[in-house]
Design a protein around this ligand. Structure first.
Ligand SMILES: Nc1ncnc2c1ncn2[C@@H]1O[C@H](COP(=O)(O)OP(=O)(O)OP(=O)(O)O)[C@@H](O)[C@H]1O
Ligand SMILES: [Mg+2]
Length: 341
């Protein structure tokens, strides 16, 4: 059984402007699973729904975001539950201890008016008994040192730290209770390359030591090349391909993934890089059928009319494209009907 099984998940931002409903279809019928001890990379261009997907996986759902369908099943040891059905208290127990989160922009988990030590203590206090607390406070210092951060970090306010240091502190906080799954949202974006390398090494070190599972979101394919075992590619709210890293880089199947890989610079290759023509669509009014069809050089009639099913191309490679199968996605109708109810 996979550690995390995401089944037919749909979540839209539903807003009303002057009485007119506007649905941003940011996560649309997504199915995939995370195995124990793997690093999955999630790639896709800005605005395609990566952060929204992570928020739903963590059950951090606030209006106007609404989950319309699907399950997020966590399964480890004697714990088996659908995260989307837990109440607030149950969720608090799960977050940090089983599943934890490194958000996009490190300031959002660090309270700007509290010293970092306090933030760590709050997390420990919320999960451990009074007797365990002392042990964990010792562990907090060891953890900080193990990750190569100076202990002074604990007695600083977030704004006193550099961006890189703050990001590494956020990672230390997310891993203090040794969660089984870590969702990291753009953990290296906005950092310079040297600091980026430090953050990547830190994530890899933690992965090895804690034997956790990571889902790392970034649009930086170099980061995926460095850390991921498998890569999932998202386009306009839908998953279009999942493959082992080596396969995705050498033999991408979906035309969008092909553009994504071919647009990467290669040392010594002076040919012009080709990127996908046109712009990403609005998720409030996505194209009919396959959402990539207006930009796809291989688009045919079926692509304009129907949504391709996410099929097994082979046992470790999935793709949603009519170039490989004529199977049509089920469920589209169910979601659009349930939204009105
Ligand atoms: N609160 C909101 N209300 C309405 N629409 C929203 C809201 N938050 C995000 N969106 C829209 O949902 C879509 C997906 O956004 P999301 O932040 O998940 O994208 P992303 O892939 O993480 O992008 P980036 O790479 O820039 O971080 C975008 O079209 C965005 O404009
Ligand atoms: Mg994002």
């Amino acid at each position: 059984m996979p550690l995390l099984e995401v089944k037919e998940l749909s979540a839209y931002y539903i807003t009303h402007v002057y009485g007119v409903e506007r649905d941003v279809k940011a996560v649309d019928n997504i199915t995939f699973s995370l195995e124990e001890n793997e690093i999955m990379g999630l790639a896709g261009e800005s605005g395609c729904g990566k952060s929204t997907l992570l928020k739903v996986l963590l059950s951090m759902i606030k209006p106007p975001l609404r989950v319309l369908a699907g399950e997020v099943n966590y399964s480890y040891d004697n714990k088996h539950f659908n995260l989307l059905t837990l109440d607030k208290k149950q969720l608090r127990e799960v977050q940090w201890e089983d599943i934890s989160y490194i958000p996009q922009g490190s300031m959002s988990t660090l309270n700007p008016v509290r010293k970092i030590r306090k933030t760590f203590e709050d997390v420990i206090k919320a999960h451990k008994t009074a007797e365990e607390k002392e042990e964990y406070e010792k562990l907090m210092e060891e953890h900080i040192k193990y990750l190569g951060l100076p202990l002074e970090v604990l007695d600083s306010y977030p704004h006193q730290l550099s961006g890189g240091m703050r990001q590494r502190t956020t990672i230390a906080l997310a891993t203090i209770l040794k969660p089984k799954i870590i969702f990291a949202d753009e953990p290296t974006t906005a950092l310079d390359v040297i600091v980026q390398r430090g953050v990547i090494q830190m994530l890899k070190k933690l992965h090895k030591e804690q034997e956790n599972t990571m889902l790392i979101v970034t649009h930086d394919m170099a980061v995926h090349a460095n850390v991921a075992d498998r890569i999932a590619v998202m386009y306009a709210g839908k998953l279009v391909e999942i493959a082992k890293k080596e396969t995705l880089f050498t033999n991408p199947k979906h035309p969008y993934s092909q553009f994504l890989i071919r647009s990467l610079p290669k040392i010594g290759d002076k040919r012009q890089r080709i990127s996908a023509p046109g712009n990403p669509p609005s998720l409030a009014n996505p194209p009919s059928g396959c959402r990539f069809h207006p930009r796809c050089p291989y688009a045919k009639d079926i692509c304009r009319e129907h949504i391709p099913k996410f099929i097994n191309y082979d046992k470790s490679h999935q793709v949603a494209c009519f170039l490989y199968s004529d199977e049509i996605e089920e469920g589209e109708k169910i979601v659009s009907e349930s939204i009105r109810s």
